[in-house]
Design a protein around this ligand. Structure first.
Ligand code: C2E
Ligand code: MG
Ligand code: MG
Length: 698
């Protein structure tokens, strides 16, 4: 019996190679687990080669570590076969551990196959020495080596399967596991070696023809280390690349989410916008159809937001809208949707257990907005008008529901604002009519459908005409002649009053210039201005242009603004009025007595005329309060040095009373209806002829 000895350095190196091979195998298993597509097979093949070479070279170096008293060699063919077995069983192992689940029986079967693979690699490798006589194996140790191979394989498979996903500390865990696996492989090898007994007269058949010679260990070591390190480095680089790709993909997902958010939300308040709202309504309709129940759509429009915006600037307006958004959300549940769909328009979508709940909620929302807002040290009071459409009942799709809620909101506004209205079919027709009218109004200027009617003003004492008030009429192609009450509010709300007002100003000046040329040089033509025109920056310039175009002295034009308009933004109106007054234009305060005037302010206004509202004139005869008010207004006007005009004079009694009180001029149906220019002139001439038949002008 020959006793061999081992080169300690080669034993240590073989252990190192085993551990490195194990680590590479674990790392590659991780690579395969996180890769998709065809790359999986590439990693599997590369991994099988690297791991196979590693395990095999451990075994080969272990054999080279054995020193026997005769020359050793290895048959090339059989050695190559042992390498092939190592690669194949490694491939099998990598495939197995990357199964989504590894059941106990699969693990046991895998351990058997792999144990058999490693053992057969080992004993095939031993056979490559082609010993004569053959190697005699100790049955116990031989059995132990097989058992170690199977158990070690089982453990390795189990560890690798569990460590294949990237978890925290996965490198440390893999390092520990690699040491255990390396020791097990080495243990199997040296137990197998210990089982081998060489007869005294043994002769190595491969010593002459096979691989042999000094330095073989180094070649194997260097080659296998190179294979393992290349595999490991590739794997590491790829992992890094994958991590970076993952980061990129994450930021892309994030950017996508942000974009979607932007597309579906209002920038100012962060609330859902119209698009998202429509989608939510659609979903709510679907839900009600499938599961029953109901929901309410509440159209919330702020009353008095525009003045805040105009007076304090957009910045404050924006701030206020944000606060309103927050306030409205106070009373909502998570599943309700509050959206902002326009300037000061919010829409609330609420699921209800029963329709009656809508009323309470609407009441609360109106109450919430009615509480003062504190924005940048200012206390702001606004209110809300709410229109409610219910589903089922008030519409079949998001557009219809929204339109009906909108119509109900308009109704709430009409009912005095700061309240709510439930939708009713009659509102729909109203809303539709309004919409149609608006479309027609847009074309009216272009198609020259506006006319000016003129109503005369007379000197109260002498009865001589002193001028006329220009009153707007719209010759609607289908509806006939429309009075301002039918369309002025709409024109103001949509801003169309600006071009319309410009037309009125121009047309009135043109007409007055004609009369002026006919000799009525002391007449004044009165033009009504709406609040919006008054705020418009171009007003002063428009007036100047109109006067100049028609060569009309500024003094021939009176601008009528209502008391409410003049008083609303006192400082701003003062500036505009002063500019107009400096030009020489005559200014009149219309509908006087209906608004809230401050005497202080009235005194500072550069006005020339007060027009007593016809509401007071109408009831003069029957209402002593009104008579007292009219007397007070006349006294006030006289004290401030203003001309007093009474409008709406319909009876002789009124005429006499107003004349006696000291009104300067009178206007009303009794004295003359509003008429087109030619009819107006015919009336005037008839009246003049009646007063002084021999006196004629021009
Ligand atoms: P306003 O400026 O107070 O005009 C007087 C209104 O009283 C006119 O109504 C006139 O027809 C009416 N009226 C005159 N005499 C009598 C009378 O004896 N009895 C009664 N019951 N009414 C009388 P109209 O033409 O329907 O105009 C209504 C309002 O529309 C005007 O009130 C004015 O505020 C506005 N408006 C008229 N034309 C224009 C315009 O060109 N631009 C602007 N912004 N508003 C206009
Ligand atoms: Mg007027
Ligand atoms: Mg008036």
């Amino acid at each position: 019996m020959l006793i061999g000895s081992y080169s300690p350095s080669l034993v240590v190196i073989s252990l190192f190679v085993a551990i490195l091979a194990s680590y590479t195998a674990l790392d590659l298993a991780g690579r395969i687990a996180t890769t998709k597509g065809r790359a999986v097979y590439l990693w599997m093949t590369g991994g099988a080669v690297a791991m196979g070479v590693g395990v095999w070279s451990m075994h080969f170096i272990g054999m080279l570590a054995l020193r026997l008293p005769f020359a050793l060699g290895f048959d090339v063919g059989i050695t190559a076969l042992s390498l092939l077995i190592a690669v194949l069983s490694s491939g099998f192992a990598l495939w197995l551990i990357n199964q989504p689940r590894l059941l106990a029986w699969q693990l046991a079967f895998g351990a058997l196959v792999m144990g058999a693979g490693i053992s057969s690699m080992h004993y095939t490798g031993m056979a490559a020495m082609r010993m004569t006589p053959g190697i005699d194996y100790d049955p116990t140790l031989f059995g132990a080596s097989l058992l170690i191979a199977v158990v070690a394989s089982g453990a390795a498979l189990w560890i690798a399967h569990n460590l294949r996903r990237n978890t925290p500390y996965v490198r440390l865990a893999r390092g520990g596991a690699a040491v255990v696996m390396g020791v097990a492989i080495v243990g199997m090898h040296y137990t197998g070696m210990a089982a081998a007994r060489f007869a005294d007269e043994s002769f190595c058949g491969a010593a002459l023809t096979g691989l042999s010679g000094k330095g073989l260990d180094n070649v194997v070591l260097v080659t296998s280390l190179a294979v393992l390190i290349i595999a490991l480095l590739t794997s590491l680089l790829d992992a890094r690349l994958e991590a970076r790709t993952a980061v990129l993909a994450d930021s892309l997902t994030l950017a996508n989410q942000e974009l979607t958010h932007l597309a579906l939300h209002d920038m100012l308040t962060g609330l859902p916008n119209r698009t998202l709202l429509a989608d939510r309504i659609q979903q709510a309709i679907q839900a009600v159809k499938e599961q029953g129940g109901c929901f309410a759509l509440m159209f919330i429009d702020l009353d008095g937001f525009k003045p805040v915006n105009d007076a304090f600037g957009h910045h404050m307006g924006d701030q206020l809208l944000r606060e309103v958004g927050l306030r409205l959300r106070e009373d909502l549940r998570g599943q309700d949707t509050l959206a902002r769909i326009g300037g000061d328009e919010f829409v609330l979508l609420v699921q209800l257990s029963q329709p009656d709940d809508a009323m309470g909620l609407a009441e609360r929302q109106v109450g919430l907005i009615n509480r003062a807002f504190k924005v940048a040290e200012h206390e702001l009071k606004i209110s809300a008008s709410v229109g409610i459409a219910m589903f089922p009942g008030n519409g079949n799709n998001p557009q219809e529901l929204l339109m009906n809620a909108d119509a109900a909101m308009y109704h709430a506004k009409g009912m005095g604002k700061n309240g709510y209205s439930f939708f009713d079919v009659s509102m729909n027709t109203n809303a539709r009519k309004q919409l149609q009218l608006l479309q027609d109004l847009r074309n009216a200027v272009e198609h020259e459908q506006f006319r000016l009617y003129y109503q005369p003003k007379f000197d109260a004492v002498s009865g001589i005409a002193v001028g006329a008030e220009a009153l707007l009429r719209w010759e609607h192609p289908q509806q006939g002649l429309l009075l301002p009450a039918m369309f002025i509010e709409l024109a103001e709300k949509t801003g169309l009053i600006i071009p319309i007002g410009e037309w009125v100003l121009n047309e009135a000046c043109r007409q007055m210039a004609l009369w002026y040329a006919q000799g009525y040089e002391d007449w004044r033509i009165a033009v009504n201005l709406s609040a919006l025109q008054f705020c418009h920056a171009g007003l002063v310039k428009s007036v100047a242009t109109a006067l100049e175009r028609h060569q009309l002295p500024a003094n021939s034009l009176t601008l009528e603004i209502t008391e409410t308009t003049a008083m609303s933004d006192a400082d701003a109106s003062m500036t505009v009025l002063q500019q107009l007054s400096d030009m020489g234009v005559d200014l009149s305060i219309d509908d006087f007595g209906t608004g809230y005037s401050s005497l202080m302010y009235l005194k500072r206004l550069p006005a020339n005329e007060l027009k007593i509202d016809r509401g007071f004139v109408r009831d003069l005869e029957h209402d002593s309060d009104d008579a007292a008010i009219v007397s007070a207004i006349v006294a006030l006007g006289q004290a401030l040095g203003l001309r007093i005009v009474a409008e709406g004079v319909e009876t002789d009694v009124q005429q006499n009373f107003l004349t006696r009180l000291g009104c300067n001029s009178l206007q009303g149906y009794l004295l003359g209806h509003p008429l087109p220019a030619d009819g107006f002139m015919a009336d005037i001439q008839r009246a003049e002829d009646a007063v002084a038949p021999d006196k004629s002008r021009a």
